[in-house]
Structures are given as C-alpha cells and as structure tokens.
Design a protein around this ligand. Structure first.
Ligand code: CMC
Length: 391
C-alpha cells in the first residue's frame, strides 16, 4: 500500500536531519560542526571533539576542564562487570566480548535510562565515552590472562587507555607521549562519520525508545563486519598475505576479477569518491609512530606500493576507489603492540561518541519517528493451507 522507493543499501535515502557531520565525498571533505577533520586532528584533542559533537561547540577553558572532569569520573566500571569477562572463552574475539559487555551495561545503569530526561541522556553519553576504553582494555587483558587495570584519572583519555592496555602490576608503565598523541589523533579521526551502517543501526535501534547502552551494543555489532570497521583488521591480514611488494600485482588482479570475491581491503567508500581525508592524516601519523619507535615495518612498504599501483590502475581510477580510514591505521596499531583482533575494538572506542551524539540528536529531534523501512514483497501472493498429509 502506498508508494515508496526501492533503495537497497540506502544509497539515496536521507534517513534523518543532522547537524553533526558534513561529508562531501566528491572532493574528500569531512567536517564536524563546521571544523575540518585535519584541523581537528592537528590542533584539538579527543575529548574536545567529544564536546564538540555532543554540544555543538568546542569548549572554552572552563568548559574543557569541567567536561574532562565529568567524563573522568565515569571511567570505572561496576565490579560485577568483571564476571562477564569470566564467562567468555579466552580466545573469544574481543568484538564479541564488546557486544556482550556493552549490552550488559544496560542492566547496570538504571538511574540513567530515562531517555526523556535530558540530564540522564547526557549521563548515559558520558558513561559510554568514559567506560569504553576501560571495557576494551579489559577485553584485551582477559585474552592474554593478565589482571585488569583500573583507570588512572590523573592521565589523559588516550594515555589512560594505553596504561590500561599495557601496564601491569609488576612494573611502572610510562606512557610514551608521542604514542599517546597518535592514539588521541586516531580517536579523533574515527569519532563520527554521519549515517554509516553502525550509526544508522544505533539510530534505528534507538528510534523505538530502547535503552541507549543496548543501542550502542547494536552499533558495535554492525561495526564488526569487514565492509565497515572490521576492515582495519582485514587490511592487516591482507598486507600480511601479500607479504612482499613483488606479490602486489597478483592481488590487484584478483581485486579486479569479477569472478573473484576478493576486494582490496581499506579501499573504496560508499560516500568518498576521492581521497578519504582521514586516510591522509592516518598515513602521516603512521610515519610519525614508526619513526618514534624506530620500527621499519615492511608492511608499510607493501601498503604504500599497493596504494601507488592501485591509484595508477584504470579499474580503481574508473570506480573512484581510494584508500579509506582503515588502510593505514592497522600498521600504527601493530607498531604500538596492539594485536590485530583489537583493531576494530579501537574503532568502536572512538566511534562511541559519534553513536551516542547521533542517538541524542535523534531523541531530541521533534520530527523523529520509529524507523520502519518498507519492502518490495517478492514471495508467493496467496495460497490455501494444505494439511500435512496432502503436501
Ligand atoms: N576492491 C575492489 N573493488 C572494489 C572495492 C575494493 N576495495 N570496493 C568497491 N569495489 C568495486 C565493486 O566490486 C563494484 O564494482 P562493480 O560496479 O563492477 O560491481 C564497485 O567498486 C562499487 O562497489 P560497491 O560494493 O557497489 O560500493 P559500496 O558503496 O556498496 O561499498 C565499500 C563500499 C566500502 C563496502 C567497498 O568499497 C568495500 O567493500 N571496500 C573494502 C572494505 C573496506 O575497506 N571497508 C571500509 C570502509 S571505510 C571505514 C568504515 O566504514 O568502517
């Protein structure tokens, strides 16, 4: 009944109005609340960007101190949450643990789940932003059999995350400021990206009035796939598989072959038909981190050569396939000592602010309705029931 447009993958459907993030994919522009992503990555810090996304403005000095304080006081998770980890196999994929544990947060914070109360919406956002690094680092510690680390609220956001990941009770852990800065920048680069699959999932889940923590767990599930956030993990697996620059043409040929499902991971984007501006900053950060750690990673040579070959190849030129945000991030994470299975978790830690800011915007939008796509029915129209002995 009624007319609607069949639009698989929502390539041409605007699902909401939003003031958060602007993308012009034809020229490779990404701006949050008017600020260019490279400007923010260069001059701001992650918590400022969180403030910007949630409140619409960069904080002044007083607001910044207050916001940092407000987020910091939520970094610890309920002690009972430790039990969730014990229920997982040690070799569980950390994204599976994230789906479970973040979903479980909905059972812990009853005082902040009245979505009609603006103050409670904010507290939910703060809790999510603050606790994600703690939950993510716990997933990692659990997988390697080390004790969980508590957050240290004297440290900055990225520093604290690194100490929870890599510190242990036997020795002092000094956070390398260059790595902390790089991590902070990576968090900024992933903070929001308008109506991508996971953000749309969070909005759709939230459109029914569901618990915000459960909605974020839905977003994490969507992010996990290799066509979305899981691509950063898939890129490193692919670069390892390529192994040497001499093997690149073979993989490029496979990616171009219509009969082969293989794609160059970290290439292509639904919206960017030009260089992904995040990939540029990521590549620079990659060089900085490798230099600081004095690492010569042959995978960087493979990645750079792959980019060069693909960008000169007619197939990639014609289809406007450029490196995306996931192409260089894995090499940085690897250099920092982060295992491949944690890469997408890092994406989730950063994207949480985008998810919850978009969720909040949706709840506060008076034109908001429950998300309810239509379908083109292609099944059998009607038939009479046949008793089992007659089938
Ligand atoms: N390698 C080879 N061919 C590709 C690639 C690729 N990476 N990406 C797209 N194509 C081809 C595809 O085969 C199709 O060809 P044809 O028109 O002949 O059928 C054409 O380009 C358009 O692709 P599409 O799948 O219709 O485009 P889409 O907008 O639905 O998909 C994408 C976008 C990101 C899922 C896709 O480019 C892809 O699978 N890339 C690899 C995975 C990846 O890096 N994902 C991360 C995206 S950015 C960060 C994030 O979202 O998390």
């Amino acid at each position: 009944t009624g007319f609607f447009t069949y639009d698989p993958g929502f390539t041409s459907t605007g699902s909401c109005q939003s003031e958060l993030t602007y993308i012009d994919g034809d020229v490779g522009i990404l701006r949050h609340r008017g600020y260019a992503i490279d400007d923010l990555a260069e001059n701001s810090d992650f918590l400022e960007v969180c403030h910007l996304l949630l409140y619409g403005e960069l904080p002044n000095a007083t607001q910044k101190a207050q916001f940092e304080n407000d987020i910091t006081m939520h970094t610890m998770v309920h002690e009972q949450m430790r039990n969730f980890y014990n229920g997982f196999r040690r070799d569980a994929h950390p994204m599976a643990i994230m789906c479970g544990v973040v979903g479980a947060m909905s059972a812990f914070y009853h005082d902040s789940t009245d979505i009609n109360d603006p103050q409670q919406r904010l507290i939910s956002a703060y809790r999510l932003i603050a606790k994600m690094p703690t939950i993510a680092a716990m997933a990692y510690k659990y997988s390697i059999g080390q004790p969980f680390r508590y957050p240290n609220n004297k440290l900055g956001f990225a520093e604290n995350f690194l100490q929870m990941m890599f510190g242990n009770p036997c020795e002092e852990y000094e956070v390398n400021p260059v790595l902390a800065k790089a991590m902070d920048r990576i968090l900024i680069l992933h903070a929001d990206h308008e109506q991508n699959a996971s953000t749309s999932t969070v909005r759709l889940a939230g459109s029914s009035g569901a618990n915000p923590f459960a909605c974020i767990a839905a977003g994490i599930a969507s992010l996990w796939g290799p066509a979305h956030g899981g691509a950063n993990e898939a890129v490193l697996v692919m670069l390892n598989e390529i192994g040497d620059v001499k093997n690149i043409p073979e993989f490029v040929a496979k990616a171009k072959d219509k009969n082969d499902p293989f794609r160059l991971m970290g290439f292509g984007h639904r919206v960017y038909k030009n260089y992904d501006p995040r990939a540029k900053v990521m590549q620079e950060t990659c060089h900085e981190v490798l230099k600081e750690l004095n690492i010569k990673d042959p995978l960087l040579d493979v990645a750079q050569e792959l980019e060069r070959i693909a960008r000169e190849d007619e197939y990639f030129i014609e289809k406007k396939l450029y490196p995306n945000v996931d192409f260089y991030s894995g090499i940085i994470f690897k250099a920092m000592g982060i295992p491949v299975s944690m890469f997408t978790v890092l994406f989730a830690v950063a994207r949480t602010v985008g998810w919850i800011a978009q969720w909040k915007e949706m709840i506060e939008d008076p034109s908001q309705k429950i998300g309810r796509p239509r379908q083109l029915f292609t099944g059998v129209a009607e038939r009479p029931f046949v008793p089992v002995d007659k089938r």
